[in-house]
Design a protein around this ligand. Sequence first.
Ligand code: BG6
Ligand code: MG
Length: 211
Amino acid sequence: MIKGVIFDLDGVILSTDEYHFLAWKQLADKLDIPFDREKNNLLRGVSRMESLEIVLDGREFSAEQKAAFAAEKNETYRALLSKMTPSDVSNDVKNTISTLRSRGIKVAIGSSSKNTKFILERVGMINDFDAIADGNDIKRSKPDPEVFLVAARRIGLAPSECIVVEDALAGIDAAVAGGFFPVAIGDAVKHPGAMARIEEVSDIIALFEKA
Ligand code: BG6
Ligand code: MG
């Protein structure tokens, strides 16, 4: 029986995936490296440094240069994040979280991002979840299931009792590897391992009604 929902953050709860794209695009343009939305989809769910390797596409730089590039991207990204307000949270997301919680379903965040808490503070959602697991809690980012396992532990549930909602192919891989019930949204709907595909976050309510 499903007793919890673990949401990815970027591209599921909020459209911060667009800000990741814009920040990486700015760096790639500066380095004269082709970068488009298709390539950006490969960065979904993976850590900042792993994302950088995908952006650099085999071009060689020293460890110091890479660290500087990642820091520069993060600075651009955080400048975009700092403009966020509670009005950036859709009614669809707000209503879904309150409906789930009112039904006694635990809700958690499982995100690879080290900016998770900064973002949730900005949009006024820091107290809306029963647990938050993020990039600061883990050694291995998605497709490794670590972040979801930490989130499940924090809400006191087994993976088989939790839905994971993901927009990343790597996130669906992680959910499958961890033994969760993977629900895909956005780019992840093309993943054959998804057990359900939704168009908007509130569609998960219907999954509970079917179960
Ligand atoms: C994930 C994003 O949520 O967080 C990835 O989908 C991103 O694209 C990763 O690289 C790490 O984010 P941050 O904020 O720690 O650089
Ligand atoms: Mg995502």
